[in-house]
Design a binder for this molecule. Structure first.
Ligand SMILES: *Cc1c(COP(=O)(O)O)cnc(C)c1O
Length: 323
């Protein structure tokens, strides 16, 4: 186990780097949610993090550890979601140039947000080009350092600081649930839980349409799937990472799934009851608790809300369509 890719010391060091830079996001409670579930729930609100998601933590922790030569060269990533904005913002704060590879048909708001943080956007054709290969080629040609969205020790350790803050606030918990895409968040948070609340059961939650993580944990090896069709666009990953899976198989008890309808219901719950705007992916963990996917009765449970970046019109449409 000493050979795991990250340790709690890495998470603690990341937390020091983020001090005064990342928000220490609030931990909220809801008596309605507690009554509905029979549990005591603690919601860690990373939808209120800088740039709107926990991804700022990992991106900043990674770029802050660049050598002077890497800092002079710049950073590149091939993700078009929250990680892109996290890299662009972190790079700007650290005085590093950022290049973001995005599909040519990426939503204009995402392109604008990334440019707004000072990132240079390079487009690719998602039907004919391999974004990872393009990212690697550009990195080599232009002397940029590639930071992938989850399978990187510094990214994983940074994401774990969200759970470290949660346990510092609540003390030990019986259970912790986090959303799961490629596993950066889950592996980092499980590492923090193991150190700060050793008896805590850690559970990952992914979309029903793409349960590769659940199958991987059951099978003991990484399962690859086609890009799943789900509202949870931050969890449309095709497989866990080698590094994230190494941690998840040791530290995570279970992976459960929720449907898109359950995600929308949870978005409505957050907006109406807790006055929180949460994107579909950000609702994964809460949806599992509110829809009885895990037995939380009588337990003290941490629930990670991972992000709040959803176009307002889209938000209204989803909520209205659900009635
Ligand atoms: C990226 C992301 C996730 C998934 O995180 P992983 O580290 O890939 O598992 C969940 N929620 C939001 C809002 C995200 O942006």
């Amino acid at each position: 186990m000493s050979t795991l890719p990250i340790t709690f010391e890495d998470v603690a060091a990341a937390h020091e780097r983020l001090r005064g830079v990342a928000h220490r996001t609030p931990v909220l409670t809801s008596s309605t949610a507690n009554e509905r579930t029979g549990a005591q729930l603690f919601f860690k609100c990373e939808n209120l993090q800088r740039m709107g998601a926990f991804k700022f933590r990992g991106a900043y922790n990674a770029i802050a550890q660049f050598t002077p030569q890497q800092k002079a060269g710049g950073v590149i990533t091939f993700s078009s979601g929250n990680h892109a904005q996290a890299i662009a913002l972190s790079a700007r704060l650290l005085g590093v140039k950022a290049v973001i590879v995005m599909p040519h048909d990426a939503p204009a708001v995402k392109v604008e947000a990334t440019r707004g943080y000072g990132g240079e956007v390079v487009f690719y054709d998602r039907y004919t080009e391999d974004r990872e290969a393009l990212g690697k080629r550009l990195a080599a040609e232009r002397g940029l350092t590639l930071i992938p969205p989850y399978d990187h020790a510094h990214v994983m350790a940074g994401q774990g600081t969200a759970a470290k803050e949660l346990f510092e606030e609540t003390g030990e918990l019986d259970m912790l649930l986090t959303p799961l895409g490629g596993g950066g968040l889950l592996s980092g948070c499980a590492t923090a839980a193991h150190a700060l609340s050793p008896a805590c059961t850690v559970i990952g939650v992914e979309p029903e349409a793409g349960n590769d993580g659940q199958r991987s944990l059951q099978l003991g090896e990484i399962v690859h799937i086609d890009t799943p069709k789900t509202l949870a666009d931050g969890a449309q990953t095709q497989h866990l990472g080698n590094l994230t899976f190494a941690v998840i198989r040791e530290r995570v008890s279970e992976i459960v799934t929720v449907s898109d309808a359950e995600l929308v219901d949870t978005m409505k719950f957050f907006a109406s009851r807790m006055k929180l705007v949460v994107e579909p992916t950000g609702c994964l963990a809460a949806a599992a608790v509110l829809h009885g996917k895990v037995d939380v009765r009588g337990k003290r449970v941490g629930v990670l809300i991972s992000g709040g970046n959803v176009d307002l019109l889209r938000f209204a449409e989803l909520v209205q369509a659900a009635g």
